[in-house]
Design a protein around this ligand. Sequence first.
Ligand code: 5GP
Ligand code: ZN
Length: 117
Amino acid sequence: MAGEPQDDCLFCKIVAGNVPATVVRETDTTLAFRDINPQAPTHVLVIPKAHHPNAAALAAADPALTADVLTAAQAVADVEKLDSYRLVFNTGAGAGQTVFHAHAHVLGGRGLQWPPG
Ligand code: 5GP
Ligand code: ZN
């Protein structure tokens, strides 16, 4: 069922506390933690605690939770004192998605090129 924890999902394991993570912020519905392989001085992943395979599936299943993720991303930017930042939702393996539990990358703390690679 949409939103149910998946046994084989790394980010569900982080939500459950079965895999450690450096948590920077938590709400009832979201968790924000530092990426293990940071691509910028600030690189935080913001996830819904409920399992959805990507951002589009999350938006279709639970618009309010999607908004929670965006609000949590701004809160991370605030505590990290980022004036500018980039939010990335890699969607699909061809775009670099490797963990199929919806997550926003919050990237900042350095100049970010546009267009992205
Ligand atoms: P994706 O490539 O799916 O958009 O993003 C997945 C992100 O998860 C990658 O940036 C990767 O570095 C990060 N990641 C993979 N395994 C772990 C882990 O065990 N802990 C943390 N904190 N991040 C991870
Ligand atoms: Zn999951």
